[in-house]
Ligand binder design. Structure first.
Ligand SMILES: Cc1cc2nc3c(=O)[nH]c(=O)nc-3n(C[C@H](O)[C@H](O)[C@H](O)COP(=O)(O)O)c2cc1C
Length: 392
């Protein structure tokens, strides 16, 4: 039995690819059309440099901060990601891991585990919402999340539709029944370690979305919930302000890439924004979120909390985002690779790696705390920062 611990997120990714059936792996890799945004999210971090010091360094370095009123022990949160069928415990395993490592779990609307179970595992949970269904249905779902005791909400507005992918989209079954097991069986049988995890707990991957269920209804299937979402006319800024007021608590708007939208989000009353392009799953050719971060943080960072997600694979990426003015970052695929590679322990492994790599960067840069980071700590190529949608 090889050592289940991995030394970088790249290794977790390799193990996840080997371990998962190709359709499950393909669903996580995601990306839209040619995958240019997906690739740029990672590539852009590599264009930013460091100039390390060798003396007057600090023996102790601090990473604790807070986000939307929740204290966190490192500036990294779990980003909401849909059905986590890579592991039988799915979102509950991720919630336990994030609680053990002192950070926030964000739960996707399309999750396979209930908000009640997830809050039980990590009381520092944010519930992610889409603009989906009638206002009455949205209020019902928000009330349920509040009653479960979540610490805040995340309204995601940056995934408007699903485009094809040049490398092919995975076939996601409507539900897992005998027929689908027969159809996908050979792929699953080629990945016995993944299959064994489910067989051990006598479970089959769940493709329903229990947090989208309305009172008295069975949980809709993933595609049932998706259909309701796609039938909902997109929101106006007035709709956004309505939802923010209705939530009446800490709320983040996820998916901002333009300065004008960031300012409108402030006017709508949000507590925080995430500068994000949905991990390269929205409009392909959107630049990496890290390229848009600095100008947005300059414009609204004094009024609301600014978070970044997209392309975070190393602690040094986190430090670069903080240097541009992010308060914290959220991880999507990095956590999913950890979950696929080694379940709850794999997500803890990813968070431990990020913590230790952030610490190394702080040491090398001569910083006592993440709060001292700023643009002078990184080498920024000319033209790297993009002020998108700058108001005239
Ligand atoms: C497989 C997958 C599913 C996702 N599902 C959701 C979701 O349900 N809700 C949401 O707000 N964002 C979702 N996202 C976007 C992530 O929250 C996040 O923005 C993105 O993964 C960040 O990029 P990274 O994967 O490079 O860290 C999803 C991303 C992936 C890869």
């Amino acid at each position: 039995m090889p050592n289940p611990w991995f030394e970088t997120v790249a290794e977790a990714h390799r193990r996840a690819k080997k371990r998962l059936p190709s359709s499950v792996y393909g669903a996580i890799v995601g990306g839209a059309q040619e995958g240019l945004t997906l690739a740029d999210n990672k590539k852009a971090f590599g264009e930013l440099g460091f100039a390390p010091k060798v003396a007057d360094l600090y023996a102790d370095r601090a990473q604790a901060t807070s986000i939307m009123g929740q204290p966190i022990s490192l500036p990294v949160l779990i980003s909401p990601t849909g059905i986590q069928g890579v592991n039988p415990d799915g979102e509950v395993a991720v919630a336990r891991a994030s609680a053990n490592r002192g950070t926030v779990m964000s739960l996707s609307s399309f999750a396979s585990r209930t908000v009640e179970d997830v809050v039980d595992a990590n009381p520092q949970t944010f519930m992610q919402l889409y603009w989906c269904g009638s206002r009455e249905n949205m209020v019902t779902r928000m009330e349920r999340a509040k009653a479960a005791g979540v610490g805040g909400a995340i309204l995601t507005l940056d995934w408007s539709f699903s485009d094809g992918r040049d490398w092919g989209s995975p076939v996601i079954p409507e539900k897992v029944d005998f027929k689908t097991i027969l159809k996908h069986g050979p792929d699953a049988l080629r990945h016995p370690r993944w299959l064994l995890e489910f067989l051990k707990v006598k479970q089959i991957p769940d493709l329903t979305t229990p947090n989208m269920a309305l009172p008295g209804q069975d949980p809709p299937t993933f595609f049932g919930a998706y259909w309701e979402w796609m039938q909902t006319p997109p929101p106006s800024w007035d709709d956004v302000a309505w939802l923010v007021a209705e939530w009446d608590g800490p709320i983040m708007l996820k998916g901002i890439i333009r300065i004008d939208d960031a300012k409108r989000a402030v006017a709508a009353g949000v507590t925080a924004i995430s500068v994000s392009n949905h991990g390269g799953n929205n409009l392909d050719c959107t630049p990496a979120s890290i390229r848009a971060l600095g100008p947005i943080a300059d414009a609204v960072g004094g009024e609301i909390e600014v978070v970044l997600d997209g392309g975070i694979r190393r602690g040094s990426d986190v430090v670069k985002a903080l240097a541009f003015g992010a308060r914290a970052v959220m991880i999507g695929r990095a956590g999913l690779w950890g979950l696929a590679a080694n379940g709850q322990a794999g997500v803890e492994n990813v968070l431990d790696l990020l913590r230790s790599e952030i610490d190394s960067a702080l040491l090398g840069l001569g910083k006592a705390s993440i709060h001292e980071l700023g643009r002078p700590d990184i080498v920024i190529p000319t033209g790297f920062e993009l002020a998108l949608g700058r108001p005239e």
